[in-house]
Ligand binder design. Sequence first.
Ligand code: SF4
Length: 213
Amino acid sequence: MKNTKTIKINEIFYSLQGEGTDIGFPTIFIRLTGCNLRCTYCDTKYAYYDGKEMSISKILTALSKWNCNRICITGGEPLLQKNIFSLISQLRKKNYEISIETNGSLNITKLTQLAVAIKMDVKLPTSGENHKMQLQNVSKLRITDELKFIIGNKTDFISAKTIIETHKPTCNIIMQPIWGKVKNLANWILKHQLNVRYSPQLHKILWGETKGK
Ligand code: SF4
């Protein structure tokens, strides 16, 4: 039976995962329209409003052209759309391996009950949106999930370190420099002996800031 529930989609594309623990794996990205934040360094402003409503059946058909089992749901902020949980359920029925990127400002409790890898940001001072974070989310992340900090300067780094020490997440922790801005992040991680993974943005190294890559 066709699933006629709709979701506003900005783009669906196939590329290499550019960030985090799955870096380098071929992945299908489903980018949803809309975001409740306006981070200073946002590189996906085109996803704030642009997109078209697609039924879940049509989304599944669009995915089938690639021989790929790995899906990353991203945005924007995917949790803003009420039919996201129906989409996840249909993707699970097709045995896709799913990760979902969320910006840390919305409650993730419902997601933690599902077989999806949560990749959650915690926004730091450089973003201008750090005051909107729900830091109680951090300790809800499971061992298979991922917590990501985008670092713009030393203040951001120290702020991330404090959040780690306070909330003691058990998941993978990623630190990623803002593209082209921070040179010393690797040295700070080593100097402070933090058990985190430095992540570049592979897609930008390979293709620059090209949309749909
Ligand atoms: S949460 Fe992501 S999509 Fe939204 S403004 Fe920040 S960087 Fe951009």
